[in-house]
Design a protein around this ligand. Structure first.
Ligand SMILES: [Zn+2]
Length: 242
C-alpha cells in the first residue's frame, strides 16, 4: 500500500513548504535566555529552553524558504528594530497613549508597515498550523495592500509582567504569544474567527479577524500609533490565559 504523497504547501505562495518559521525570532530567544528572563508561550508550553533551533520553538513546515527568507526579510528586520527599542527603552511607552512610529523606527521608509507584516506573517503561520487556509486579506496585506478589510491589528501595552519580573531582579523582558481560532477544527468548516497576540516586554500586537465583519484598522496606517491598555481592548481571555 502506498502512503499518500503529501507535501505541505507554503501558505503564502503555494510552493512546497520546506522551511520552519520561528515562533519567537531566534535573535530574541538568544537575548532572552542570556539573562534569567522568562519565555512565556501560552499553549506552547516550553518546560525548558533547548536553544533557538529546538522543535518547540519552530512552527511546522508552513512556508517555503523564499517566503520565509528573502521575501519577508524586511518584516523581520523591522521587528528586530522595534523589539530592540522596546527592550532598551521600555519605559518610553509607560506614560504614553500614542507615539510616532518614525521616532521609534527611524530610518527606512515603510518600516511601520513592515513591522505590521512581521506580526501578520507570524499570525498566518499560526492559522496554517491549525489546518486553516490563511485569509486572502492577510496575504494581500503581506503582498503590499495597506489594510486588511476583515482584521483589526493594534498595538497595546501591559506592564504587569515586566514589573513583576523586575521585582524578582531580572531585566523584566519576556515574550508571550497566544491565539485562538473558530471553529476549532477545519473539519467543522472554514475559518470564521482568528484572534492572536504577540507581546515583547510591555508591548504587544493584537489581531482580531472575522470573516463576517469589515474592520480594517491597522496600526501602520498612520505614523502616530495609539497604544491602548490591554485591559481596555477586547478578547482579554487570550491575554489572561497563561
Ligand atoms: Zn512561499
Amino acid at each position: 500500500m502506498n502512503e499518500p504523497d503529501f507535501h505541505p504547501r507554503c501558505w503564502w505562495c503555494g510552493a512546497i513548504a520546506d522551511s520552519r518559521e520561528h515562533r519567537v525570532k531566534a535573535s530574541e530567544l538568544r537575548k532572552s535566555f542570556k539573562g534569567s528572563d522568562y519565555l512565556v508561550l501560552a499553549n506552547e508550553r516550553p518546560s525548558k529552553f533547548h536553544g533557538p533551533k529546538s522543535p518547540l520553538m519552530l512552527f511546522p513546515k508552513t512556508m517555503c524558504k523564499t517566503c520565509n527568507g528573502a521575501r519577508s526579510q524586511p518584516f523581520d528586520r523591522a521587528y528586530d528594530q522595534f523589539v530592540t527599542f522596546v527592550r532598551e527603552r521600555p519605559d518610553f511607552f509607560r506614560a504614553r497613549t500614542s507615539f510616532q512610529m518614525s521616532h521609534v523606527l527611524a530610518g527606512e521608509p515603510h518600516t511601520s508597515a513592515n513591522l505590521a507584516r512581521y506580526y501578520v506573517k507570524n499570525f498566518a503561520c499560526r492559522i496554517d498550523e491549525r489546518g486553516f487556509d490563511v485569509p486572502k486579506d492577510l496575504i494581500d496585506f503581506l503582498n503590499g495592500s495597506e489594510s486588511m478589510p476583515n482584521a483589526t491589528l493594534v498595538l497595546y501595552k501591559d506592564f504587569s509582567i515586566m514589573d513583576q519580573l523586575r521585582k524578582e531582579g531580572t531585566s523584566g523582558h519576556s515574550h508571550w504569544a497566544n491565539s485562538m481560532v473558530s471553529p476549532e477544527n477545519p473539519s467543522d468548516g472554514e475559518l470564521e474567527v482568528f484572534i492572536a497576540e504577540i507581546q515583547d516586554g510591555p508591548i504587544g500586537a493584537l489581531i482580531w479577524w472575522n470573516s463576517a465583519n469589515r474592520l480594517g484598522i491597522t496600526f501602520s496606517a498612520r505614523d502616530r500609533v495609539y497604544l491602548r491598555l490591554r485591559e481596555e481592548l477586547p478578547h482579554l481571555y487570550i491575554h489572561n490565559n497563561s
